[in-house]
Write a protein that binds this ligand. Structure first.
Ligand code: PGA
Length: 245
C-alpha cells in the first residue's frame, strides 16, 4: 500500500509564533498520513527543533539548481537537508509563473534535490485556458516527463495542482482529479511500472476540511498539498485526518 501524505505549503506566510502554534496543534494527534510542513526558509531550523520528538516532518518550498557558489539569494538542496528537511517542493505553479521557472529549471532542481537526499515533490498542473482548450493531459505529460528525465523515482512524490484551483476556492471535482492522477500514474509506469505503483500522488488546489475526504478517497490520490488551509490549525488537522487509512 502507498504511504499517504499531507504537505502544508505556507508560501510567504507565517512567523515564529505560527511555527510554535502549529507544532503544538498538530503534534498532539497521530495520523495515518505522513505530515510535512514547508514554512518559509528562515523558519526551517526552528521548525526542525520543535518537531524533533514528533512525527511531523519538515520540507522546503524551493531549492536552487546550483550546489554552491556565487548565486546571491539562493538556497541549496544540501543546505535544506542539513537543517532537517526531508522534502522539497519543485515546480510549483507560482514558481513557474511568477519566477519564470521553465521545465528545464524544474528538471535541474529536481535532480539537485534528489542528489542531496531529499524527496522531491514535483508539482504539475494546467491553467484554466489549457483545460478549456482540452490540453490538460498534454500539459501534465510534458511537465512530468521533462522533469523526470534524470530523476530517481525512489525519491519522488508528484502533486497534481490545477492552476485554476490554487487559492481560488475552485476545486477540481473528485472525478476530474482522479482522471489526471490515473494518467500521471500511467505515465510514471512507462518509466518504471513497479515503482509507479509506490509513488504517492497528491492533489492540491483549494483543499479544505469539507472537501478533503471525498478527494482523498479517489483511488490514485494519496494525499494533498495544502496552501491556505494549512495556515489554520483546525482546518489542517481535519485535512490530515481525512486521508484514507
Ligand atoms: P491552496 O494552495 O490550497 O491555497 O489552493 C495549494 C498550493 O498552492 O499548493
Amino acid at each position: 500500500m502507498r504511504q499517504s501524505l499531507v504537505i502544508a505549503n505556507w508560501k510567504l506566510n507565517g512567523d515564529l509564533e505560527l511555527v510554535n502554534f502549529m507544532v503544538s496543534a498538530l503534534a498532539s494527534e497521530s495520523y495515518t498520513a505522513d505530515v510535512v510542513i514547508c514554512p518559509p526558509a528562515p523558519y526551517l531550523s526552528a521548525l526542525q527543533q520543535r518537531t524533533q520528538n514528533t512525527e511531523l516532518a519538515v520540507g522546503g518550498q524551493n531549492c536552487s539548481s546550483f550546489q554552491q557558489g556565487a548565486y546571491t539569494g539562493e538556497i541549496s538542496a544540501s543546505m535544506l537537508k542539513e537543517v532537517g528537511c526531508e522534502y522539497v517542493l519543485v515546480g510549483h505553479s507560482e514558481r513557474r509563473s511568477l519566477f519564470a521557472e521553465d521545465d528545464q529549471v524544474v528538471a535541474s532542481k529536481l535532480v539537485a534535490a534528489q542528489e542531496a537526499g531529499l524527496t522531491a515533490v514535483l508539482c504539475v498542473g494546467e491553467s484554466l485556458t489549457q483545460r478549456e482548450a482540452g490540453q490538460t493531459m498534454s500539459v501534465v505529460k510534458q511537465q512530468l516527463l521533462s522533469a523526470l528525465q534524470n530523476a530517481d523515482l525512489n525519491r519522488l512524490v508528484v502533486a497534481y495542482e490545477p492552476v485554476w484551483a490554487i487559492g481560488t476556492g475552485m476545486t477540481a471535482s473528485p472525478e476530474q482529479a482522479q482522471e489526471v492522477h490515473q494518467e500521471i500514474r500511467a505515465l510514471l509506469a512507462t518509466i518504471d511500472a513497479q515503482q509507479a505503483q509506490k509513488i504517492s500522488l497528491l492533489y492540491g488546489g483549494s483543499v479544505k476540511a469539507d472537501n478533503a475526504e471525498i478527494i482523498f478517497a479517489q483511488e490514485d490520490i494519496d494525499g494533498g498539498l495544502i496552501g491556505g488551509a494549512s495556515l489554520v490549525a483546525e482546518q489542517f488537522r481535519a485535512i490530515c485526518s481525512a486521508v484514507k487509512g
